[in-house]
Write a protein that binds this ligand. Structure first.
Ligand code: NIG
Ligand code: FE
Length: 410
């Protein structure tokens, strides 16, 4: 049945108008003795159980043992990918850096692994990972290309993303990471030409992606490339996203804001100008990826400065085989708390409502309110503060999508 009421000892609906920032974050409140009512998988009411409208009181009731919060939205992942790179992690433990391995390893390595795998192998590698994401409370996710590195292979990657999407219960949004690494034997300019003249038009014509992303870095693409690709993406009705200031400062954060990107992601090396730009940005969310910071031992982004400047912040996994082999949003929240001092309710809003905004899904995902989808998780405690407090523990005991319980801890 997708009609019903879930009653919970604590409910965090995460209301307000996304992306949430500044005072809206301070106003977030946990409702004790809450209820969520839904019909046909859509929320009709979320709030104090005492305020449940009379006409909804006849719906079948499920009692949740722990707190109910919106399902997590993972707005930055590199799925679908194929194969792991644990040996590169071992090499980093021995002293090599992520930058050092760019070429033989890194993005090029995942591109070779993807090229050698059949479509079926890729889907069968990724499907269990999406199922594992469900057990960690992720009810909607981004999928990204970027391991194709040629027009044909990027189109294949995008088609694989749409095919994976059809095979999993989570709603997805596909991002064409058109500029991730410079294809071997090609100049940067020639690849950006091909992206604008061939790849983006083909992707738009086939409806294969919702957004276009550019990795701006000294080992990858420039702010000028981002500007060209963004103009082309917008012309084709696609949103813009950006891997910005991850390994070094490039001014990508400021450029992302200027270009009206939905997000600037990573931001480890964003400077004062980037913080100011994101603080004032009406539509560009600062997406922080704390597990990738932890995993590659990167410098911390100016998280406190961003929050103080009034930036809208999202949190995501950056799930990939190189810089963040972690798919748990609870772990992301835990690391954001310990490394960046992001408070619990701010972190949950960043992992739900603001993340949904980045993917353009905020009308139906990321918060529990009338008209949205009944996608939520039940925690194994009535205190959301237990999420950051116990890294390594999965705090999710049930995951619900569209009013259906799709997973329950055994
Ligand atoms: O977001 N920095 C660029 N891209 C990815 C890593 C991709 C890879 O190493 O496979 C990131 O960290
Ligand atoms: Fe990434």
């Amino acid at each position: 049945v997708t009609d019903g009421v879930v009653r919970a000892p604590a409910l965090l609906p995460v209301g307000g108008t996304p992306p949430l920032r500044g005072r809206a974050l301070d106003e977030l409140q946990v409702v004790s003795d809450g209820a969520v009512a839904y019909r046909d998988g859509m929320v009709l009411f979320a709030g104090p159980a005492a305020d449940l409208p009379t006409e909804l009181r006849s719906l079948p009731v499920t009692e949740a043992r722990g707190a109910v919060v919106p399902g997590f939205v993972d707005c930055h992942t590199h799925l679908p990918f194929f194969g792991w790179r644990a040996d590169e992690f071992e090499e980093r433990l021995a002293g090599r850096t992520y930058r050092d391995m760019h070429g033989g390893g890194g993005i090029y390595r995942s591109a070779r692994l993807l090229a050698r795998a059949s479509d079926e192998e890729v889907i069968e590698f990724c499907r269990p990972l999406a199922a594992e994401m469900l057990t960690h409370g992720t009810t909607a996710t981004e999928l990204k290309t970027g391991y194709g590195l040629s027009v044909e292979a990027e189109l294949r990657h995008a088609r694989l993303a749409r095919r994976l999407s059809a095979a999993i219960p989570q709603e997805t949004s596909v991002t064409l990471l058109a500029c991730h690494a410079i294809p071997e034997g090609m100049s940067r300019d020639a690849w950006v030409d091909a992206v604008c003249a061939e790849l983006i038009p083909a992707v738009a014509a086939e409806g294969l992606a919702d957004a276009v992303d550019v990795y701006v870095e000294d080992i990858a693409f420039t702010v000028g490339d981002l500007e060209r690709v963004a103009a082309c993406a917008l012309e084709h009705g696609l949103w813009v996203r950006c891997h910005a200031d991850q390994l070094g400062t490039s001014g990508a954060a400021e450029a992302a804001v200027r270009l009206g990107a939905r997000s600037a992601d990573h931001l480890n090396h964003a400077g004062a100008g980037g913080v100011r730009a994101l603080g004032d940005a009406p539509r560009t969310v600062a997406t922080l990826l704390p597990v990738s910071t932890l995993f590659i031992g990167a410098d911390r982004p100016p998280a406190q400065d961003l929050l103080a400047a009034g930036a809208a912040v999202a949190l995501a996994t950056d799930f990939n085989a190189g810089t963040s082999p972690c798919l748990s949003m609870a772990e992301v929240i835990a690391v954001a708390a310990a490394l960046y001092r992001v408070p619990t309710l701010t972190a949950i809003a960043a992992a739900t409502a603001n993340a949904a905004w980045v993917l353009g899904m905020h009308d139906r995902h990321g918060s529990l309110r009338p008209g949205g989808r009944a996608d939520f998780v039940v925690l194994d405690s009535d205190d959301p503060a237990m999420i950051p407090y116990r890294p390594g523990h999965n705090p999710i005991s049930e995951t619900w999508i569209g009013g259906d319980r799709v997973w329950k801890r055994g």
